[in-house]
Design a protein around this ligand. Structure first.
Ligand SMILES: Cc1cc2nc3c(=O)[nH]c(=O)nc-3n(C[C@H](O)[C@H](O)[C@H](O)COP(=O)(O)OP(=O)(O)OC[C@H]3O[C@@H](n4cnc5c(N)ncnc54)[C@H](O)[C@@H]3O)c2cc1C
Length: 318
């Protein structure tokens, strides 16, 4: 049963009520009852900045999710790893299983905000915001999300991240759903990141994550890109996944860029083509800090530089 704590603060201060649900069903019922006056709070790090800058209203009801058991932690089965939505970014950026099976997610979590924020911020909050830097990284790992929602009855939904982002874009995102967990495909063979190199089936996985911000670590990014592919000893790419996002834009897979590489052999001109194609394909926006054109070009340059550096680091290690 939920507990309702009344605070003794003046009318201009907040919160007025903090709810501590024992499970996701209770959390959703409180949200359904108070609608836009209530908000789910995980680590509270993004909400804090939104309240301070006036981007969102100062809600009357806070619904804590960290009081719900079983939403934290990292588990694995034969084919997947599963990350509880309330798992802190610090844990995602230090966990050996994620480093091995979700290399770009691991990297992205190490580059979100400062360590003090990562101790509090959750992976679920990063995703639910729809603009978190972990999203492009999760896109290249074919991530899916497990939600629980309440309509006429309580329903658990497993949804590809890509499909959920579409619901965000089209304004169909549920306001009562609670994100329970994130699921990533497990590595089936060897992994090669900028840091490690192993080969089991003669194909190696190469991954990278790059991010440009206005100030190192302390503000949301301007542009974020993630890359994951396999490459064989002759330099042919397969299973290419490329994504870009950043700022308040919705992250996307760059499918045309993926096709440029898929099944083709690496050659130096590919780098220039990738930069040009990515800047054409990436759908983004202008704001007072950066123009749309700047963001597009930056995405192209980050991908081109990342691919060049990763491939050449691999060649040097041979
Ligand atoms: C100084 C500073 C720097 C930052 N830098 C970055 C950065 O570089 N990159 C970046 O991506 N972010 C950055 N952030 C934003 C933020 O820290 C992260 O996005 C963080 O992961 C959000 O997680 P949280 O648990 O704090 O979310 P909260 O603030 O608690 O929630 C964020 C949103 O998600 C909803 N929500 C949270 N959990 C769930 C759930 N399980 N189910 C349904 N809805 C949920 C909340 O209702 C809210 O709308 C920064 C924040 C600060 C303060």
């Amino acid at each position: 049963m939920e507990m309702n704590i009344e605070t003794n603060r003046g009318p201009e201060l907040f919160p007025r009520k903090v709810w501590e649900p024992a499970n996701a069903e209770e959390a959703m019922m409180i949200k359904r009852q108070y609608g836009d006056n209530a908000v789910f709070v995980a680590g509270g790090t993004l909400l804090r900045t939104q309240w301070e800058s006036g981007i969102v209203n100062r809600h009357e009801h806070f619904i804590r999710l960290d009081t719900i058991a079983d939403l934290c932690g990292i588990g694995e089965s034969d084919q997947h790893i599963e990350i509880g939505a309330l798992t802190r970014l610090r844990e995602c950026g230090t966990d050996a299983t994620i480093a091995h099976h979700g290399a770009t997610l691991y990297e992205s979590c190490r580059h979100i905000a400062a360590p003090s924020i990562r101790n509090q911020a959750t992976i679920g909050g990063n995703i639910s915001s729809a603009v978190g830097d972990a999203i492009p990284a999760l896109l290249v790992h074919n991530a899916s999300l497990r939600w629980v929602d309440i309509g006429s009855e309580v329903t658990t939904i497993e949804q590809d991240l890509v499909d959920w982002l579409e619901t965000v874009k089209s304004g169909r995102k549920s306001s009562t759903a609670v994100l329970l967990a994130i699921r990533l495909e497990k590595q089936t063979s060897s992994l090669t990141t900028e840091a490690t190199e192993q080969s089991v089936d003669h194909q190696q996985e190469i991954t990278f994550f790059r991010k440009i911000g206005r100030r190192e670590a302390f503000t949301p990014s301007l542009v974020t890109v993630a890359f994951r592919a396999k490459i064989d000893p002759l330099g042919y790419f397969s299973q290419v996944r490329i994504a870009a996002g950043g700022g308040s834009g919705i992250a996307m897979r760059l499918l045309t860029c993926e096709q440029l590489l898929e099944g083709h052999r690496y050659h130096a001109e590919m780098i220039t083509s990738l930069a040009m194609l990515a800047s054409e394909e990436f759908v983004t926006y202008s704001d007072p800090f950066a123009s749309e054109q700047y963001r597009k070009q930056t995405a192209g340059n980050l991908l081109a530089a990342g691919l060049w550096e990763t491939i050449h680091a691999q060649i040097e290690r041979r």
